[in-house]
Design a protein around this ligand. Structure first.
Ligand code: NAI
Ligand SMILES: N[C@@H](CC=O)C(=O)O
Ligand code: NA
Length: 442
């Protein structure tokens, strides 16, 4: 007969130190306190926060953070606990504190994508040397369990591409511009107010936050070390309301995308990986086009599983705390019952290809002579560079002799697309290359 599971309270106790009590840290401390019994039941140990490292113990803060736990001695918190949760952000002193925590035998949980993209291998090595866990679910796409999915759920498959919206702040800005006609500046200020943006929002706006996440995603998906420097990055600083209106006119939304894909620069060439972050047109009927506000979505393509889609809140205190606490429970359970988090997996060591190898589609707007033969001349340029055309639209008449033509290509390597654009620039019938946008999402 099957016996019911014992519901006896755990006899184990583990101490928890929290570094940083900002947007996320505050929510983590609140939930750890409010739901202490549930966390004990789930992990097998009573989790007690013994210290919260802050910069200024006197600063006013949310009452969820008990004042008696505050200290400005971050090293003591990092080295004096079983579990250490790093929510300071940035490279230093976060890196030094995490390394000290591992050396002191702690398991470490962080949401610090900037640090992982810059020093992931060092942190993994420190965890392995200490025989403890290194967890970072909050570092990619906030509450969405995409790190778990790539690190553990997809371990039985071969991922071919990951395409996603992984920065809440920029998605919020673009969405506010698209749906409410807000200016870039007003939308950014609102994102900061709502706790979505990084301490320095330049990281969001310039695409660096998404690039750090893309590096983490690619490392996990392709079992290859990928750092921030391996990611081709373009942010949304230059996007204007006019760009958004033009996207709508093309039946698309403009989104900041993170893309990691296996590809071959040319048929027969060795396989490598391309990792990039840039704004792109996404057709309105594509699932990513309807990701609003600070929500994130990640599409994973794998050889056996096919397409998987993950969607949820990518930023904000409570959603991110949810991801942090899932790691806390896992790390605590390992300390009670044994077992460990996955170690770094880089066996594939695939080459990282340059930006020219990325496969994408271009939407090219051209100011052309509105005369017989112009279309044929342009089509010839595409053919010369082995780029196939998907659609051609005469989108505006500038005068009786001039028109704007919008051409969307089929997927091709960026090197060939760029060569075609150069060829168009030199074509007699083309008066001006007005704009080039990438189009993603079939
Ligand atoms: N806010 C969000 O939506 C998300 C944030 N994250 C990550 O979580 C981490 C924390 O983010 P937030 O809570 O939003 O940042 P935050 O800026 O609100 O909080 C960080 C806190 O750390 C404190 N701090 C800085 N240096 C310190 C030091 N040396 N000692 C002690 N405290 C120090 C700051 O005073 C601040 O209160 C970052 O790595 C961020 O990238 C990850 C996912 C989502
Ligand atoms: N600033 C980040 C926070 C979560 O990672 C974002 O906007 O996505
Ligand atoms: Na996540």
């Amino acid at each position: 007969m099957v016996q019911p599971q014992s519901s006896a309270p755990s006899s184990r106790a583990l101490t928890v130190g929290v570094l940083g009590a900002g947007t996320v840290g505050t929510q983590v401390i609140r939930l750890l306190t409010e739901q202490a019994e549930e966390f004990a039941a789930r992990s097998g140990a009573l989790l007690t926060v013994t210290g919260v490292a802050v910069r200024d113990v006197e600063a006013p803060r949310d009452p969820a953070v008990p004042r008696e736990l505050l200290t400005d001695d971050a090293t003591a918190v990092a080295t004096g606990n079983d579990l250490v949760i790093e929510l300071i952000g940035g490279i230093e002193p976060a890196r030094t504190l995490i390394l000290a925590a591992f050396k002191a035998g702690a398991s470490v949980i962080t949401g610090n994508k900037a640090l992982i993209a810059a020093h992931g291998p060092e942190l993994y090595a420190a965890a392995a040397a200490a025989g403890t866990d290194f967890y970072y679910e909050a570092a990619v796409a906030g509450a969405i369990p995409v790190v778990y999915a790539l690190r553990e759920s997809m371990a039985g498959d071969r991922v071919t591409s990951v395409l996603g919206i992984v920065n809440g702040t920029t998605n919020y800005i673009l969405d506010e511009m698209s749906t409410k006609g807000l200016s870039f500046e007003r939308a950014l200020a609102a994102a900061q107010e709502l706790g979505y943006a990084e301490a320095d929002p330049t990281a969001d706006v310039e695409g660096l936050d998404a690039a750090a996440k893309a590096a983490i995603i690619a490392s996990l998906a392709f079992h290859t070390r990928v750092g921030l420097d391996d990611v081709t990055v373009e942010g949304i600083r230059e996007i204007t309301s006019q760009d958004i209106r033009e996207a709508h006119a093309s039946g698309c939304e403009l989104k900041l995308l993170a893309i990691a894909q296996r590809c071959r620069p040319e048929a027969g060439a060795a396989e490598g990986i391309s990792v990039r972050v840039h704004p792109a047109l996404v057709p309105t009927d594509h699932p990513l086009a309807s990701v609003h506000g600070a929500f994130n979505a990640v599409l994973v393509e794998a050889e056996s599983a096919g397409r998987l889609m993950f969607y949820g809140q990518g930023a904000g205190g409570a959603p991110t705390a949810s991801a942090v606490l899932s790691d806390v429970v896992a790390a605590a359970a390992h300390r009670v019952h044994g077992g460990q988090a996955p170690r770094e997996s880089t066996y594939a060591a695939l080459p990282i290809l340059g930006p020219g190898a990325a496969v994408t589609r271009y939407q090219i707007q051209l100011l052309v002579d509105d005369a017989p033969g112009s279309l044929a001349a342009m089509a010839g340029v595409f053919a010369d560079h082995a780029v196939s055309i998907n659609s051609v639209r005469q989108s505006a008449y500038v005068s009786q002799e001039q028109a704007v033509v919008t051409i969307v290509t089929h997927p091709a390597p960026v090197s060939r697309l760029d060569a075609a654009v150069e060829g168009l620039g030199a074509c007699e019938r083309v008066l001006e290359v007005v704009s080039i946008r990438r189009v993603e999402g079939e």
